[in-house]
Design a binder for this molecule. Structure first.
Ligand code: UDP
Length: 463
């Protein structure tokens, strides 16, 4: 047994974006606890940012390797446009990735690569090892419900449900989403604005979904207790699916520590601000690492928060408001605290936080579920649109504010969750779900057991 572990070398390559890097790095640390050699691939740009913001990371048999992203170093756009990034990695960086996978590092005496964990949202990460004959497993770092909606796009096109015609009723339910009929409306689809089947985002989703069954196994950052319905249907496409989430909880249970994957510096002063507030008196507002909004929407939103009368802690990244903001536009008030980047897991665990106003990114959703904090969802794009639908309609732990962004809506929803009867219901279901999720990630729970099975599967590949 020890022999197999000693020779098992796993390479993990995430899409270069905060959410994907975060979940992949947690999976990498989990795999490292099994005694495997682990190589984590960053782009050079992200690795530079990572080194600036994260505490040093010295784990035996764990290393970072970098490849370029194909953009000039002085390209300061943040984030880099999604499809351009895909194209650049695909055409300019394929050779670098190939070299990294076949390189023999005599000096460090690392064994050859025995398994790659590829990111479903980065086709290159699985195509290259596949061509080289290296076994690939696929991590889909987004939600199980979004996997099913993406997977169903070809069927929705065949059935005439996509693209959505102009003027269609956006609240109408879609019939062709595998296993989720009766749940997903037109407005919950990530590619709801695609006007033709040639739409590049729609085409990308189709490509991603074709890749889904291509690995030896599919790894998901969710648990049976959150997603049994979606998992049942995903297993009809990918029989070997390991659901071992939330990764951050499992990692803490197995290793008792977790290294930050943050590409931005965390401003911890917000914890002291929260310390000075009564229990469940503050709303935590964050839209993740990518979402951006027009200035008018920001100002409207800010007014709604102020009108609610509750304290709020808001993460405002420098690139979050299109066209930027003047300092004077951030209304000075005792009621609010702004940071550029927060220690989010710690904030969500803080007793002063009564509600999370979120963009519904999957990591943020999982972190809120684990903390038992009810959500108000204001999704922007991609899987956020379906995650918010599930959080409100299936799990009943959130209100979905999708497409309603006026100040009065913001005010009403905040009041409803912070103090209304509905808020009480959401808080109760959030606490129950948090309990179930905690148990899944403990010894004897499903995520814990699925992780052990995954480790056994990876070991068997080095025989
Ligand atoms: N995050 C953080 N501090 C912040 C905002 C976000 O640490 O101020 C982390 C958050 O905890 C989560 C990740 O960034 O792990 C965002 O991932 P998610 O999937 O929610 O959204 P994305 O950024 O991919 O849209």
């Amino acid at each position: 047994m020890a022999e197999k572990e000693a020779n098992t070398h796993v390479v993990l390559f995430p899409l270069p974006g905060q959410g994907h890097i975060g979940s992949m790095l947690k999976l990498a640390q989990l795999l490292s606890t099994a005694g495997f050699y682990v190589t984590f691939v960053h782009t050079e740009r992200n690795y530079r940012r990572y080194l600036l913001t994260s505490t040093s990371f010295h784990v035996p048999k764990f290393r970072f390797r970098t490849i370029p992203d194909g953009f000039p170093d002085d390209d300061s756009r943040s984030p880099l446009p999604f499809l351009e990034l895909q194209e650049s990695l695909d055409t300019k960086c394929r050779g670098h990735y190939r070299e990294l996978l076949v390189a023999v590092d005599d000096q460090e005496e690392w064994p050859p690569v025995t398994c790659v964990v590829a990111d479903q949202a980065l086709p290159l990460s699985l195509e290259v090892p596949d061509e080289l004959g290296i076994p690939v497993m696929i991590l889909a770092p987004h939600s199980a419900c979004s996997i099913l909606t993406s997977y169903s796009i070809p069927e929705l096109i065949r059935g005439g449900e996509l693209p959505i015609p102009d003027g269609a009723n956006m609240d109408e339910l879609l019939q062709g989403v595998l296993g989720l009929e009766g749940i997903v409306r037109r407005r919950d689809m990530s590619i709801r604005s695609a006007k033709s089947i040639q739409d590049p985002f729609l085409q990308f989703e189709v490509k991603m979904s074709k890749n889904l069954p291509r690995g030896r196994a599919l790894i998901l950052n969710t648990t049976e207790s959150i997603d049994s319905l979606s998992l049942r249907h995903i297993r009809s496409i990918c029989p070997t699916t390991y659901a071992l989430g939330p990764f951050h909880v499992l990692l803490r249970n197995i290793k008792d520590e977790s290294h930050s994957a943050s590409l931005s510096e965390e401003d911890r002063s917000c914890i002291a601000w929260l310390d000075s507030k009564p229990n469940k008196s503050a709303v935590y507002v964050s839209f993740g690492s990518l979402a951006a909004m027009p200035r008018e929407a920001f100002l409207e939103f800010q007014q709604g928060l102020l009108d609610s009368g509750y304290y709020f802690l808001w993460v405002i990244r420098p690139d979050m408001v299109e066209g930027g903001l003047e300092e004077s536009e951030l209304t000075a008030s005792e009621q609010r605290y702004f940071v550029k980047w927060a220690p989010q897991e710690e904030v969500l665990a803080h007793p002063a936080v009564g509600c999370f106003l979120t963009h519904s990114g999957w990591n943020s959703t999982l972190e809120s579920i684990f903390a038992g904090v009810p959500m108000i969802c204001w999704p922007f794009f991609a899987d956020q649109l379906i995650n918010s639908r599930f959080a409100s309609e299936v799990w009943k732990i959130a209100l979905d504010m999708k497409d309603l962004c006026g100040r009065s809506h913001v005010e009403r929803m905040v009041k409803e969750v912070m103090s209304g009867e509905k808020g009480e219901e959401l808080r109760n279901s959030s606490c129950e779900m948090a309990d179930r999720v905690k148990k899944s990630a403990e010894e004897g729970g499903s995520s814990y057991a699925n992780f052990k099975e995954l480790v056994g599967h990876i070991k068997s590949l080095s025989l």
